[in-house]
Design a protein around this ligand. Structure first.
Ligand code: ASP
Length: 430
């Protein structure tokens, strides 16, 4: 190998992972813009990567949660963490929709479109897909068959079973030790596997971005530019003001370290549009960059990936106003409050998978009697909006993990305040 090539390849492999992913993303957008719809042929490379990440979710969440519970040995603490997380998740979600409604009002993305609702709109609205009710969600928390829950990737059920198993292992003392050791070693192996799969991230993300950029040319984006702008501005405000503010004023930690530590997870969320799919990366960021303890990260993050969707809620606020403006429908204060309540609940029921927020939007539109045709217009650009909202969803989960870890003395501040994230240092030494 010539010296220059050696230096070049050395340069690339020494680059921090987030920089490589960023380069992959930008290169993907450029290649996609040049290739147009032909960029579809690159998509399988992206799918390969997403599948590899998905492969990690169930064993990683299950093993690390069992290990986390056995390490904590204090079930009252777990209960407290659960309640605190749920309260913060719901509060930040309500703030997110309010920001969405505010921006929807100020930027008025639907004004001047003068669309006319079909007379059958109400009938169409009735056909909207039913969201799972809160009661059925609660009943389904307990898996009748844990193997089925694992096989089906039902995260909430997996959390409940892992909590039970971990607590039981603690209670049987010595007899539980071999199993705890086994789970410990499996969890470590899953972390290692995550690290290995992430080495492929820049290429997978390159392919995904090329595909998206190729599919949505400027023709598709321009007419709905204001909606996209409102959602993106709202998402940025939510992360920079609400999350960074919570980190600075509630946890009394540096928001810059938080923002630096979550970059990998954000980029993964942006390109995959799935918060569940991003879980392995989020857990890794929380533990290795933010110093959140094993137990806290493996409990708070899977819970958040399932029920905390601030970006989705914010998007629903903007989208509902967009539809109302486009069809010239006036909304009352009561309607605004209904949107806040429905979108908060809808976001809890939204699965962390691509496009789930669009389905839940139908619920919000129906509740305030807005025409369902609006959904079709938004659907055309949903992926672009999904990228932003999923990044916020994941950033929110990570923010809450820091808050909870800090309040429960489960945060290693020397890792949190380290100049370079630990993962990146490893990358350099590798
Ligand atoms: N894709 C989002 C997520 O996984 C959900 C949504 O569609 O809003 O977090």
């Amino acid at each position: 190998m010539s010296t220059t090539t050696a230096q070049q390849s050395g340069g690339w492999s020494n680059l921090a992972l987030w920089k490589k992913i960023l380069i992959g993303m930008v290169a993907g957008i450029i290649v996609g813009a040049i290739m147009g719809p032909n960029a579809e042929m690159l998509k399988p490379i992206g799918t390969l990567f997403i599948n590899a990440i998905k492969m990690l979710i169930v064993p990683l969440v299950f093993c690390s949660l069992v290990v986390g519970v056995t390490a904590m040995q204090d079930s009252a603490k777990m209960g407290r963490m659960g309640i605190k997380s749920i309260i913060i998740y719901l509060l930040t979600t309500a703030v997110a929709i309010t920001i969405g409604l505010g921006l929807g009002t100020i930027l008025a993305p639907g004004d001047g479109l003068n669309m006319v609702a079909d007379a059958n709109a109400a009938a169409v609205a009735k056909d909207a897909k039913d969201a799972p009710s809160l009661v059925s969600t609660i009943i389904n928390l307990i898996p009748k068959n844990p193997i089925e829950a694992l096989a089906g990737g039902k995260i909430l059920q997996i959390i409940v079973f892992a909590l039970g198993l971990g607590i039981a292992l603690n209670m049987i003392g010595e007899k539980g030790e071999p199993a705890i050791k086994l789970f410990n070693s499996l969890a470590e192996a899953m972390f290692k596997l995550t690290e290995l799969v992430m080495k492929f991230a820049p290429y997978g993300i390159f392919a995904l971005m090329a595909w998206v950029a190729g599919k949505y040319g400027m023709d598709v984006l321009l007419p709905l530019f204001k909606v996209i702008g409102a959602v993106y501005i709202g998402c940025i405000i939510h992360v920079l003001v609400v999350y960074s503010g919570a980190i600075a004023f509630i946890a009394r930690l540096s928001p810059v370290q938080y923002l630096k530590g979550i970059v990998n997870a954000q980029m993964m969320a942006f390109s995959s549009t799935s918060s569940s799919g991003t879980l392995p990366v989020s857990i890794r960021c929380a533990r290795e960059n933010l110093g959140v303890s094993k137990g806290t990260a493996s409990f708070v993050l899977p819970l958040g990936a399932t029920i905390n969707m601030d970006g989705t809620a914010l998007y629903q606020g903007v989208a509902a106003l967009f539809v109302a403006q486009a069809f010239g429908i006036d909304l009352s204060t009561g309607d605004y409050l209904t949107i806040i309540a429905t979108a908060t609940l809808a976001s809890v029921g939204t699965a962390g998978v691509p496009g789930a927020g669009l389905i839940m939007l139908s619920l919000v539109l129906t509740t305030v009697g807005l025409p369902m045709e609006g959904l079709a217009i938004i659907a055309g650009i949903d992926r672009i909006l999904d990228m932003a909202r999923t990044s916020v969803n994941v950033s929110g989960d990570l923010m809450v993990s820091v808050l909870i870890a800090k309040s429960e003395n489960e945060l290693d501040e020397s890792i949190y305040n380290a100049v370079e994230p630990v993962t990146e240092q490893e990358g350099v030494n590798a």
